[in-house]
Design a protein around this ligand. Structure first.
Ligand SMILES: [Ca+2]
Ligand SMILES: [Ca+2]
Length: 458
């Protein structure tokens, strides 16, 4: 019988037979899995071992080149444990020792693949399989966070702890380098409390013990990130996440204003306090050194009256107790600055850094007052005021009297306001009948006046 003859075919005697043969497959029982590396990334932190969970792309073909399956056609990686019998034997072996980003061809003889039965309609019996594989991701269920410290500033007096509020920038990528998110793109830091479950477990843990300005790479396995489900179309299931973070600042809601005196003049008797009129120079920066504001941008130093809420609370405190010529560095947490909402040019919840120098200090008077006695004041008042003793006090005499009190250090006028107009106001308040002079009857004895009512008066 002619095994290769077509049924009913007629082969004449002495015929020469010509066969056109296409070899589809060839293997030998002694064959092993063959691995050919196509490309390897330059850096490779670890390679796959049995019990790892891996995610990879592949094109599967028969030895003839006929395709039978591809992960690319499904638009998602093939995800599986390695070396635990979840894969055909040849792949459990052929995928060992791979780096993320590595491409290899794995050739699997049928007895390490689907053998005599083949697989579905595309893999015939006894077929050798050829897989071109790209490893996208690997982790081990036993993995913890991996932290690489990239950059620590020279001075680091304090490190993040549970309950702190941190602002940081980050680039988020997968292990193959594909970016999935970046705070830089949004042009604003990511802000969160630390250790209170507001961020994925791995990040919450990784944010401890950081310095301001520090840069770290944090590699988080999926069981400490978004798990088997991932997040929508952004994070695939079982993905390892790589974050490159840069700490901009952090603070604790309990933080006070931090004042460091960098220069103190030898003579330092008179210091600033509430109601004083001061002039000061300043630079205001973020903790990463970004300059926000500076008095240098103006022709003259800044002027303010302390205690009037004209500057942020932290600056008020930073400017208090200074003597002229003193210089300070002041760190102001956001709850003493512009808070959670920020301000023009000041990011939300930003810690501010001020360099301050007190340039001028004029002692002040309480709010609402134009003049205060620094002691008890003359009693009775009128005879003291009536310098020439003619029982009447016109504006000029009143003015001379007030200026004498100031000169002798017995009284103080409100600083920063035109002296003549203050004195004129004070005179007009006392000159009840508006005849241009004060007489004794018009002068209300100071002792009978409640303190609050004597605003603008003696
Ligand atoms: Ca007089
Ligand atoms: Ca009068």
């Amino acid at each position: 019988l002619c095994a290769y003859c077509p049924t009913g075919g007629i082969i004449p005697p002495d015929a020469v037979l010509v066969y056109d043969v296409l070899l589809l497959d060839i293997w030998h029982p002694d064959d092993k899995v063959q691995i050919r590396t196509l490309s390897k990334p330059e850096s490779c932190n670890r390679t796959t071992v049995a019990s790892d969970f891996i995610r990879y792309h592949y094109n599967g073909t028969l030895l003839s080149g006929q395709a039978f399956d591809s992960s690319y056609s499904r638009n998602s990686t093939y995800d599986t444990y390695l070396g635990q019998g979840d894969l055909i034997k040849g792949m459990d072996e052929g995928l060992l020792g791979m780096c993320v980003g590595e491409r290899r061809v794995i050739i699997v003889p049928p007895f390490l693949a689907y053998g005599e039965s083949g697989h579905g309609t595309k893999v015939p019996p006894q077929a050798t399989l050829v897989f071109e594989v790209l490893l996208a991701d690997v982790f081990n269920p036993k993995d913890d966070l991996i932290v690489h410290v990239k950059e620590v500033p020279e001075t680091c007096t304090r490190r993040t702890a549970t309950g702190d509020y941190i602002r940081y920038h980050y680039n988020g990528t997968f292990q193959d380098g594909t970016a999935f998110d970046s705070s830089y793109q949004r042009n604003s830091t990511y802000n969160t409390y630390i250790g209170m479950g507001y961020v994925i477990q791995g990040m919450d843990k990784a944010l401890h013990g950081l310095c301001m300005g520090e840069k770290r790479r944090i590699i988080i396995p999926p069981h400490m990130a978004y798990g088997e489900n991932g997040v929508g179309k952004i994070i695939p299931g079982s993905a390892v996440l790589v974050f490159d973070i840069h700490v901009i600042d952090f603070h604790n809601p309990k933080d006070p204003v931090e004042i460091k005196i960098t220069h103190k003049p030898q003579q330092c008797d008179l210091t600033s306090e509430a109601d004083d009129l001061i002039q000061y120079r300043y630079n205001c920066s973020l903790m990463d050194g970004t300059l926000l504001y500076s008095s240098d941008q103006y022709d003259s130093p800044s002027t303010t009256t302390l205690g009037t809420n004209s500057v942020i609370l932290g600056l008020e405190e930073g400017l208090s107790g200074m003597c002229v010529g003193e210089r300070r560095e002041v760190i102001i947490p956001p709850h003493w600055a512009h808070g959670e909402n920020g301000a023009a040019g000041v990011p939300k919840s930003a810690v501010l850094f001020f360099e301050l120098e007190l340039v001028d200090l004029q002692k002040g008077v309480p709010q609402g007052y134009m003049f205060v006695w620094l002691g008890d004041g003359p009693d009775p008042l009128f005879p003291a005021m009536d310098l020439n003793g003619d029982k009447k006090v016109p504006l000029e005499e009143f003015s001379d009297f007030i200026m004498l009190q100031v000169k002798e250090g017995k009284g103080r006028l409100r600083p920063g306001v035109d002296t003549d107009s203050i004195i004129k106001d004070m005179f007009n308040n006392q000159d009840v009948n508006k005849d241009g002079k004060i007489v004794e009857e018009e002068l209300k004895p100071a002792s009978e006046e409640p303190q609050q009512a004597s605003k603008d008066e003696l």
